[in-house]
Design a protein around this ligand. Structure first.
Ligand SMILES: NC(=O)c1ccc[n+]([C@@H]2O[C@H](COP(=O)([O-])OP(=O)(O)OC[C@H]3O[C@@H](n4cnc5c(N)ncnc54)[C@H](O)[C@@H]3O)[C@@H](O)[C@H]2O)c1
Length: 261
């Protein structure tokens, strides 16, 4: 064995853009990718959150920059994010489509409207597509590209009042499987990581002791997920360690099928 295993996870000189990087899973991804040596562009709807994460990375000796981007802002704003990131660090090699939302058992069809549906699909599906399209231009030129979309267990579960979130995340999985064909010949991989229930502010807003107990009862590894559990899977898929993996969805969920009901 003449390979240094650490080299397989080394992202020195690679530039990564993380959407929704100011908190939760996105923040965890920024931190672990910076620790692997990447230049990290922390983008977030709220700029101060992105700045706090970028400052923390820089304080530890890493390379980071903060950019404001609301992923629902449309194609021009999303293209600008990618171009600005490339302007700061020279290129874009890795894209983590993390910003997303909806669901939470609150999607009673008779209490939501088409505006809501469009906003959730913009966040969870259309923005990842737009960002992937523009990032791929830099990735192809640079000779290294990996895109990781944060999907959800809800993309394969069926639950009450989850139809928009669940279907948008299911579409994200299939977008990924299809785009792998478009991007592969350009030297770019695309995969999804599907978290089970992970302790973030988004989960806290829907978690009751009863829901948590039910989730744990069908989670073989008897705990909820932590941000780092997801970030480590993202690191694997972003790095050369996974160089022949593309078009896949990896569920990171303690082995179970967490549902809200
Ligand atoms: N936490 C879970 O249990 C869980 C489970 C499955 C999937 N997910 C997915 O993980 C991703 C991150 O979720 P989280 O739990 O870490 O959320 P979070 O609420 O903890 O953090 C989300 C971050 O994204 C930012 N953000 C929100 N809307 C944005 C927008 N429109 N544009 C840019 N930034 C925006 C927020 O300011 C925040 O910094 C989402 O795609 C979510 O669907 C989370």
């Amino acid at each position: 064995m003449d390979k240094n295993i650490i080299d397989l996870f080394d992202l020195s000189g690679r530039t990564v853009v993380v959407t929704g990087g100011g908190d939760g899973i996105g923040r965890g991804c920024c931190e672990i990718l910076a620790a692997a040596g990447a230049n990290v562009v922390v983008s977030n709807r709220t700029l101060w959150k992105a700045e706090a994460v970028a400052d923390e990375i820089k304080a530890k000796g890493g390379n980071a920059a903060a950019l404001m981007c609301d992923v629902t802002a449309g194609e021009t704003a999303l293209r600008q994010l990618i171009d600005d990131a490339a302007e700061i660090f020279g290129t874009v090699n890795i894209l983590i489509n993390n910003a997303g939302g909806g669901g939470g058992g609150k999607e009673d069809p008779w209490h939501i409207d088409l505006d809501y549906v469009e906003r959730i699909y913009m966040m969870n599906l259309f923005a990842p597509w737009v960002l992937s399209k523009y990032a791929a231009i830099y990735m192809e030129r640079s000779g290294y590209g990996s895109i990781v979309n944060i999907t959800s267990m809800s993309s394969i579960n069926a639950d009450p009042c989850m139809s928009i979130y669940g279907s948008s995340k299911a579409a994200l999985n299939h977008l990924c499987a299809n785009m792998a064909y478009d991007l592969g010949p350009k030297g770019i991989r695309i995969n999804c990581v599907g978290p089970g229930a992970v302790r973030t502010k988004a989960l806290a807003s829907v978690l009751t002791p009863e829901i948590e107990a039910r989730m744990l009862s069908h989670t073989p590894i008897r705990r909820l997920g932590e941000v780092d559990d997801i970030a480590r899977a993202v690191l694997f898929l972003a790095s050369p360690a996974s160089s022949w993996i593309s078009g896949q969805t990896l569920m990171v969920n303690g082995g179970g099928v967490q549902t809200l009901d």
